[in-house]
Design a protein around this ligand. Sequence first.
Ligand code: CU
Length: 226
Amino acid sequence: MSVRQMPLIVGASIAALLFSNVAIAAGINVFAKDERGTPLANAIVTLKGPSSLAVAGSEHPEMAQIRTQFQPHVLVVRRDSRVAFPNLDSTRHQVYSFSRVKRFVTRLYAGREADPVEFDQVGLVPIGCHIHDRMQAFIYVTDAPQFALTDATGKATFDALPAGEYEIEVLHPWQKKSGSQTRSTRLLSTSRDINLRFDLGEIGADPRIPQRPVSNPLIRSNPFAR
Ligand SMILES: [Cu+2]
């Protein structure tokens, strides 16, 4: 590279920088539904895009325990995050996972006695408590720079995105079929918001709600219903 070329290259990269600043294109809206068309809350949505896409998310993610439930119940973190598990209850908890992505167990602890746990592999990690079987939660570990959970209307929104190519991945922590769904889209500087709809198929029962056998008096009184 000659010295004469350098101002050109510097000029070009400044132009690219300016371009990436002005070329905020639009947003991407993701809508997650089950097989019956019911909007799904707590679907995990991750977004990969151009290098100018800002990195979002907490540097110190936490999953607390409150009233013998995990809070939040679904947590998305970037790979290599250290997740704290503060116990806000008066009873002690022992948090664990036997998952392929991350196997760990904390000691039986109160407050913040347990060390944060590092999640260094991408994937879904079901979380439990050895003391309280009904305590269940999920941590999803991703390499994507941005991520979100769908709200009660089944929607997740990514606003003010720079122009470029995007890859959107969606899954639900308690969906019946395994694996996620991925879709690609392109945002131009002239684009309007893009809406993407995902049918995640059959979704199991919310694991926080205890599943009791159905006691239906009609079934019990019917001798043929056995
Ligand atoms: Cu517990």
